[in-house]
Ligand binder design. Structure first.
Ligand code: TXA
Ligand code: MG
Length: 323
């Protein structure tokens, strides 16, 4: 299968783009879409054949549910069972469109395949102009996991998505480099207005605190006990190279050709070292850097352990554990 990368700068051509996307869906093939977090592999939320094709292409375990992406609040009410309460409304007003996914009780319109049988559906209104306008033009919410083969780092450019999916999809929409570079924050809120962060992301605990009676992390997903967000228990984000987190970087030496070190507090200015001015800048780049280092045959990646960016810490820890 020939894969076409379609470069689109503005959303002016959105009708033309929607036509191309519809044609791909008719052939039961998902399309690669840009988002502000990472690139996604998208299908209409109600088209079981295209969704099945997502699982096959990614080699994704079938018990790992999908996020549904919407472009307006009418679509939200189509997908959820109960009206949104006032507290959650405030949260959505603050952070949508943007990089946060919220779990809701699902309506009967949401197929089992989307939620892997759960009565909860994960929903996000993305801020990426092209993606949001595309959903609006198609008039249907789109499910989209990250557009990588399962276990590989999420793609943050069209070229990185193409590296994994060339020949497996017909259409990759190139919307530039993803603004944030890590997947969305996923939260679940209970009736007492307590918030659980199931996956940390750009929207942090500190940003969520004012809206809830409490905000806690639930990464118990990793313990294999009660799994709140099934995706977090699988091997993720891993480059082929071995990743090591380093607490103390002063005097660190890694001269071998096959090793690199990534820092942000001290510029080592030595061969094979990558310096970022802060953790946020590394977060935007980390997945594309992992891919680049793999292409260059790097065997060992030493990363200065992030101290403040929990989302970045979460991803590099997973990469270092290889879990
Ligand atoms: O930023 C993002 O969220 C990207 C872009 C494309 O939007 N998407 C993404 O999708 O990262 P994916 O499938 O790679 O990760 C979705 C995460 C998984 O950890 C999954 O288990 C969790 O969300 N999730 C989805 N639906 C869920 C549900 N009904 N209940 C619990 N967790 C859910
Ligand atoms: Mg993913």
């Amino acid at each position: 299968m020939q894969t076409e990368i379609i470069r689109i700068e503005e959303s002016e051509n959105i009708q033309k783009l929607a036509k191309i996307v519809r044609r791909s869906f008719e052939l039961k093939l998902p399309v690669v879409v840009p988002t502000e977090t990472v690139y996604g592999l998208a299908a209409p939320f109600n088209d079981q054949d295209v969704i099945e094709s997502i699982y096959k292409i990614k080699n994704r375990p079938s018990d790992n549910p999908l996020i549904v992406h919407i472009s307006n609040y009418q679509q939200l009410s189509l997908l959820i069972k109960n009206p949104v309460n006032d507290n959650i409304k405030k949260v959505l007003n603050e952070f949508w469109p943007g990089p946060i996914t919220v779990l809701f009780e699902r309506s009967e319109n949401v197929p089992d395949m989307v939620t892997a049988g759960s009565n909860l559906v994960a929903i996000r209104m993305p801020s990426h102009r092209i993606f949001k306008d595309l959903i609006e033009e198609l008039g249907v919410p789109l499910v989209a996991p990250s557009a990588n083969l399962s276990g590989k780092p999420s793609p943050t450019t069209a070229a990185d998505a193409n590296e994994d999916l060339e020949g497996l999809v017909q259409v990759i929409i190139d919307g530039g480099k993803s603004e944030f570079g890590l997947e969305s924050t996923v939260i679940k809120v209970n009736e007492a207005n307590e918030c659980l962060i199931l996956r940390p992301g750009q929207i942090t605990k500190e940003m969520l605190d004012p809206f809830f009676s409490s905000v806690k992390y639930n990464m118990s997903a990793n313990s294999g006990e009660k799994v709140e967000s099934p995706g977090t228990k699988y091997k993720h984000y891993s480059p082929l190279a071995k990743v090591y987190l380093v607490d103390e970087i002063t005097g660190f030496c890694c001269d071998e050709e096959s090793s690199v070190i990534i820092t942000y507090s001290t510029n080592l200015k030595q061969k094979n070292s990558f310096f970022y001015e802060n953790e946020e800048m590394l977060a935007v780049d980390i997945f594309s850097l992992f891919r680049e280092l793999d292409r260059n045959g790097v065997k060992n990646i030493y990363i200065e352990k992030p101290k403040s960016n929990i989302a970045l810490l979460n991803r590099v820890m997973k990469a270092s554990e290889g879990v």
